[in-house]
Design a protein around this ligand. Structure first.
Ligand code: NCD
Length: 338
């Protein structure tokens, strides 16, 4: 794929070579993300961040990634605070915002809305989540994290086992991640959800057509027993017709230290796209695992910076110039390595 000036709307755009390319560039971003070096390679460039659904890490990490490359961020947050509340169309918004920006990141509650916006935009658009459909950059950072964690155990993306747990119907991160896994070989996938929240059939079909072994279950404990990665997700309560309906499923699968120690293999890695729902009635990933070495959720968020920096560098054609415009940091930093 030609990255320069491209929109990133779906993981279906990526071939395996493209993934390797993004990850190779991400690997070079460590010194900047760790605040060992500063680069001004995107000096003068503006990222327009338009987030019309709640977000913490996606919005902030897109913004921080752009800032770390020397660019500036402008943003609007929430439909009620934007002119869309006055009836402005996606088309008009895209025409206007793309005059202010060099690249736009967008999150929107409707499936397909980011693609519609991108069609009217004069600059590249990155999908930060469109309803229950896709979240391509999250899938890339998840895959990058899986790769790093597997490599730590002498393994690779071409033969591993993963259990995805929770709301597989509305969870856009698992939809995108499954589609990306189709680019690899020999992956065993256990899909764990209440039957009503099962992974969409077309996604399961794609996995099977790629030669992967897919098992469907509604039981947590046996499903985490023979996997390398446990990928837990939140019940997407905002996508249900009512809170009462969402409440039927919140708390159905709860992973904690006791269950993990008893049922999982010692090297199994625990992931979650975050936010985890830490309220007592949900608590899909208990805080008693916080200090557990298998818990990779904050390595995931750190990796998100590297992957988003890589994407911006590739879309704007500066991936080979980052070091050329760099210097040492001048301030004290007590950061741990990313
Ligand atoms: C996810 C999302 O928004 O789809 N969060 C994220 O971007 N890391 C997952 C979620 O909200 O549960």
């Amino acid at each position: 794929m030609d990255f320069i000036g491209a929109n990133i709307l779906s993981v279906s755009q990526f071939e395996r070579d493209d993934i390797d390319r993004v990850f190779a560039v991400a690997d070079t971003m460590g010194p900047y993300a760790r605040r060992q070096k500063v680069t001004r390679v995107l000096e003068g460039a503006i990222l327009g961040n338009m987030f019309l659904e709640p977000s913490t890490r996606t919005r902030l990490s897109f913004g921080a990634a752009f800032n770390l490359l020397g660019g500036t961020v402008r943003e609007t947050v929430g439909i009620t605070a934007s002119a869309m509340a006055k009836g402005e169309s996606l088309y008009d918004t895209a025409r206007v915002l793309s005059g202010y920006s060099d690249v736009i990141c967008m999150r929107h509650p409707q499936e397909g809305s980011v693609a519609e916006f991108a069609a009217a935009s004069r600059v590249p658009v990155v999908n930060g989540g469109d309803g229950a459909n896709e979240h391509p950059t999250q899938a890339l950072l998840d895959l990058y994290t899986i790769k790093k964690e597997l490599e730590g155990h002498g393994r690779s993306l071409d033969k591993f086992r993963i259990a995805m747990i929770g709301d597989l119907k509305y969870g856009r991160t698992v939809h995108s991640l499954c589609k990306l896994l189709c680019l690899f070989s020999n992956v065993q996938i256990v899909l764990v959800s209440p039957p009503e929240l099962a992974m969409p059939e077309d996604v399961v079909e794609k996995l099977r057509q790629s030669g992967h072994q897919v098992t469907i279950s509604d039981q947590l404990e046996p499903s985490i027993s023979h996997v390398d990665i446990v990928y837990s997700t939140r019940i997407q309560e905002e996508r249900f017709a009512s809170q009462e309906e969402a409440n039927l499923y919140r708390g159905r699968f709860r992973l904690n230290r006791e269950i993990f120690t008893r049922f999982a293999e010692p090297n199994t890695v625990i992931m979650h796209p975050l936010p985890r729902d830490s309220r007592a009635e949900a608590n899909e990933l208990d805080t008693d695992l916080n200090e557990h070495p298998s818990l990779a959720i904050f390595r995931q968020t750190d990796n998100g910076l590297l992957v988003r920096m890589a994407l911006f560098a590739l879309l704007l054609g500066v991936e080979g110039k980052v070091d050329q415009y760099s210097h040492e940091v001048r301030w004290h930093s007590r950061r741990n390595p990313v």
